[in-house]
Design a protein around this ligand. Structure first.
Ligand code: PHE
Length: 447
């Protein structure tokens, strides 16, 4: 094992201990926790689904997270070269490159949704959102117009500005302020939600499991979401791992990141379910839940302008701490592979994401013809990145770490029983389950 005396080649910019934990929690906590988690929990089984999600997170997510961090720190390279540097064949670099492309794709449409949250924050604080109570109509006329493009560009510019400042001076600094700030906002909103009349029914839906609600599909959705929520399979954790000090314990970091991700999702659930139940809103309505159902609830509660504004600010912050980690994946690649300066790499990639995100942003009605095969351009990007590339990237990590990299135990700092349990999960449990998710979401197996 190389000691901490090994100097980083060409990149002395790395995270501090706490900075790394907060940045990685920032990557994990995002629209996945605040937007997607509540609506899939609503659709796939409430509390029973939440339990299933926790099992997937602990049994499969954490082992893969530790593997990604180890490969990144062991290789000290980007999401593609790290594989090759820790002794993998070039072909593994090719799998890694797939994740780099996946991160670029996720970033392109994620910035569109992140843009929506900024628009909603402004609308809520200014009171405009509540001036007309046709929230469904407002949402669809907003996403089918051209305003989302302006916000999409705004999100990309802020992200680029942070990432251009580097790891410790940009990404770390920003997460150190925003991640604790996010927790404060979440707790305020949780107290508000839990004190609404009839909140108990929502808490019960979220926390009292009824296993008859589960379907085989629930399990696959829960596992897929555990991956997405921990930012796995896209090279993000691998890239962050490459900036971690050799002396930091990756095992402890893995537990902290997993715990952080779960905590933020838990509080998000304790905001959304009591609120929707209190106002008699259907919590199984899917992706539009936070943009249509919650404004209706906020408009009917005292100080709704304030709480609604805070809620959408919270979504926007959570999204930004994830976009910086997504963009860092192709940025690190471009810096190393094409010897670009950080600044050049950042702005070229930001421009690329804007262009690729444009048809996604416009596919909600403004430009006809962007829907084919039953899916809009936006849905296709989400589908290809989240359902195809992400599981394949995750599979590459588990198989490489479980079977091919002999030195992984040293880098991860695990020995004895824990090491054997971890290796077992990486070798047998994770790849098989991930393969199922992949085959199901690619439509190859059906229930
Ligand atoms: N984990 C983020 C979320 O939950 C999304 C993400 C996926 C970020 C992959 C980086 C890489 O929103």
């Amino acid at each position: 094992k190389k000691g901490s005396e090994t100097k980083l080649v060409g990149s002395p910019d790395q995270f501090t201990k706490s900075g790394f934990i907060l940045a990685a929690i920032g990557s994990a906590v995002g629209l996945g926790n605040m937007w997607k988690f509540p609506y899939i929990t609503g659709q796939y089984g409430g509390a029973a689904f939440f339990l299933l999600f926790i099992v997937c997170l602990v049994a499969v997510g954490l082992p893969v997270l530790l593997a990604e961090l180890s490969i990144g720190r062991g290789g000290r390279g980007n999401a593609s070269s790290s594989f090759v540097k820790v002794g993998g064949h070039k072909a593994w670099g090719g799998m890694g490159l797939l994740s780099v492309i996946g991160a670029f794709m996720i970033m392109s449409f994620y910035a569109v949704v992140a843009g929506w949250t900024f628009h909603y924050a402004v609308q809520a604080f200014s009171g405009k959102l509540f001036a007309n109570d046709d929230f469904g109509g407002q949402f669809s006329s907003f996403i089918s117009g051209y305003t989302p493009i302006i916000w999409q560009a705004g999100v990309l510019i802020i992200t680029g500005w942070i990432v251009a400042r580097g790891i410790s001076g940009g990404i770390e600094k920003f997460n150190k302020v925003l991640i604790p700030g996010l927790l404060v906002l979440l707790v305020i909103l949780m107290v508000r939600a839990l004190t609404l009349p009839g909140a108990e029914a929502g808490v019960e839906f979220f926390l009292k499991p009824d296993f008859s609600r589960l379907t085989p599909e629930s399990a696959l959705v829960a596992l897929g979401h555990a991956f997405f929520s921990l930012s796995l399979g896209m090279g993000a954790m691998m890239t962050y791992g490459s900036y971690v000090d050799r002396k930091q314990s990756l095992g402890a970091a893995t537990l902290a990141i997993g715990g952080g991700d779960l905590l933020y999702a838990f509080i998000a659930g304790l905001i959304i379910f009591p609120t929707t139940f209190s106002f008699g809103i259907d919590q199984a309505q899917g992706p539009t839940l936070v943009f249509i159902a919650l404004p209706a609830a906020f408009s009917a509660m005292p100080f709704g302008t304030l709480f609604g504004g805070l809620f959408f600010i919270l979504l926007a912050i959570a999204a930004l701490t994830s976009t910086v980690s997504l963009i860092e994946v192709p940025v690190a690649y471009a810096i190393e592979r094409w010897k670009m300066s950080r600044n050049t790499a950042v702005w070229i990639i930001i421009a690329g994401c804007f262009l690729l995100g444009l048809p996604a942003a416009l596919s909600f009605g403004l430009v006809p013809g962007l829907t084919f095969g039953g899916k809009s351009f936006f849905d296709w990007m989400d589908f290809i990145a989240s359902n195809i590339i992400l599981p394949l990237g995750g599979l590459a990590v588990t198989v490489f770490a479980g079977y091919f990299w002999k030195g992984i135990g040293d880098e991860a700092g695990l020995t004895g029983l824990w090491f054997r349990v971890w290796l077992f999960m990486l070798r047998f449990v994770a790849p098989i389950l991930v393969l199922f998710v992949f085959l199901h979401s690619a439509g190859i197996i059906k229930f």
